[in-house]
Ligand binder design. Structure first.
Ligand code: C5J
Length: 243
């Protein structure tokens, strides 16, 4: 049997070790309604540029994870057309100008099958990549997410997507409780609110990594490419053949 391949990414609060064979890349809710100009998020007055800056680094991470043969899972937040999976507490909260299920700029807001509910073209899933439709903020609640990770032997998650303080946080907190090691890529998660982005990332790595680790995507990509040292490896000089 092949030994697990431990890679190490520079991360905070300390380096993150992972085996690509048991690690999944998770892309949370990279949906048109959150990210595209003219979508639901923009119609509420949010600056989608705050979220769109995640697209370019996430495309590089997605390509590298696909090339490495890693598990890749996408999620979408949304509801059935009859809203039977949307609790009144979510439907009626606050007094937004548009509610879930109302006609929005890209179809009914957060309803499965509508244009705005789907994933942006730049990060569109390819055949074989599961897409988890979730009615809640977290990826585990009322979905097959936990089962599909277990079926693939996943133990670590590299978490990306939007928004940092809502669906990313909810998913990471629950994943942590379920025993997954979570690395959140700071330039691949986004919030409409810069102060929430900063605080959201700090909360994850506070107190010795209370929910997980954070790293820039380049650190993860370097590790995946084998650029970072592997624990237990002899130092570079010792690996060089004697001349
Ligand atoms: C997500 C939200 N995806 N902010 N949803 O974070 O309502």
């Amino acid at each position: 049997m092949e030994a697990p391949r431990a890679l190490v990414a520079e991360a905070a609060p300390y380096p993150f070790s992972f085996d690509p064979a048991s690690t999944a890349l998770v892309l949370i809710d990279m949906q048109r309604d959150f990210l595209e100009p003219g979508g639901f998020g923009a119609s509420l007055g949010n600056d989608v540029a705050e979220l769109r800056r995640t697209i370019a680094p996430l495309r590089r991470v997605l390509a590298a994870c696909r090339a490495a043969g890693m598990t890749v899972v996408h999620t979408r937040e949304g509801h059935l057309p009859d809203l039977s999976d949307c609790p009144p507490s979510k439907l009626l909260r606050g007094s937004p100008s548009l509610r879930i299920g109302d006609p929005g700029p890209k179809g009914r807001i957060l309803i499965r099958g509508e244009e705005g509910h789907d994933i942006i073209e730049e990060l569109y899933p390819v055949a074989g990549e599961p897409v988890v439709d979730k009615p809640g903020k977290g990826a585990f609640h009322a979905t097959e997410f936990g089962d599909l990770l277990a079926a693939r032997g996943v133990r670590s998650l590299v978490v990306t997507g939007v928004t940092t303080e809502v669906c990313v946080h909810t998913t990471v907190r629950e994943a942590n409780d379920r025993g997954y090691e979570c690395l959140v890529l700071s330039d691949c998660v986004g919030s409409y609110f810069p102060e929430f982005q900063r605080a959201g990332l700090e909360m994850i790595r506070a107190q010795g990594g209370i929910f997980g680790w954070t790293a820039e995507s380049v650190a993860f990509l370097d590790a995946l490419a084998g650029a970072a040292p592997v624990p237990g490896d002899p130092p570079e000089a010792a690996r060089r053949p004697a001349s």
